[in-house]
Design a protein around this ligand. Sequence first.
Ligand code: COA
Length: 385
Amino acid sequence: MNEYVPGLEGVPATKSNISSIDGDKGILSYRGYPIEMLAERSTFEETALLLLDGNLPTRATLKAFDQDMRANRRVKFRIRELMRQLPSTGHPMDMLQSMMACLGMDYSGSDCLTGGDHCDDLNFVHNTSVTIIAHMATMVAMWEHIRNGYDPIEPRADLTHAENFLWMLTGKEPDRYIARIMDICLILHAEHTINASTFAVLVAGSTLANPYSVIASGIATLSGPLHGGANQAVVNMLQEIGTPDKAAAYIDAQLLAKKKIWGFGHREYNVKDPRAVILEHLMRKFAEYKGNVGPLFEVAQAVEKAATERLGTKGIYPNVDFYSGVLYREMGIAPDQFPSLFAMSRVAGWLAHWKEQLGQNRIFRPTQVYTGEVDKEYVPLERRG
Ligand code: COA
């Protein structure tokens, strides 16, 4: 048991019944339901509840959850004022992480520091989850306006989660077809077993930290380009390549320089990520609907072909971030917002894991393999030269 495994590859960190991956067959399931089925038939609201509670909700339960979500879209004015004070050039993920921690200061009952009293209270866990999921989308959309010097757009209670997000982001009446594509994107990103950010959530949650701080830990961990920041990096890469004919040479140069191809590779999958398959399909549907194929999609297809030819034998294929960035860009969303979109969806999975952790809690306290020196003599400062 004392063997050190870099990156904890293959080391189970918890027992969980929330989601599962078969990395050889390319299967991802939430609570036993394959992701393709949920993408086709579910909504983000229903999927979030499935993740949180473990079962597909009844009509009444879903309706109540949906109503609670709609009622929780507005953030307090103090939070809005704080957002206005943030540097407008800051990355949206830094805004989101900071504001999530601030929410914890402003929402009553969130203080688990007094011995984690609330953490046993399933109503508290549920209500907090609703507030966090609803507020995350609001804050991502609000930031787009605030950072550009405008007032944020008020949320609407007559729209679904995805529709309201697009409304708040763009100020335009949401197109139902595009909102459904956004809804599916949110479903696809909502959960993915014990990855880096979910592990961060488990560790923070295991200390009985307040849930807003727990989710802030997840946001911080997701922000890196090796994790949820990759979708932004993918679009930067595709824009740098410029045209499909330059893809193969670019991939060769990157691999020669021992650099990563963004949006490729996954610790768990040896085949194309099933979410990338669906997102590529959605990208085609979006292009059909719009009546034109965006230039980034064509470059992405050329990159997939070139990279797969060179890396496929190592089991390195497109992951979720490869086509999500392209799709969001074609929707007109700013690239540095892509990781925030990932976060506002993944928060459902994080909260499900937080809840699960609280039900079987033991504080995380792993060990280490010490590689430093021992029994050294303290040399007084004047003798150190
Ligand atoms: N491009 C080129 N080579 C890659 C690669 C990529 N995207 N991903 C993995 N590899 C190669 C590594 O260079 C390494 O090769 P080597 O054995 O010859 O040294 C091997 O595959 C293993 O890579 P490693 O980084 O150790 O795998 P990991 O399981 O620790 O990391 C990722 C998984 C996702 C972090 C990694 O694939 C990556 O950095 N991908 C790009 C970032 C990305 O898209 N992240 C989003 C994940 S959803």
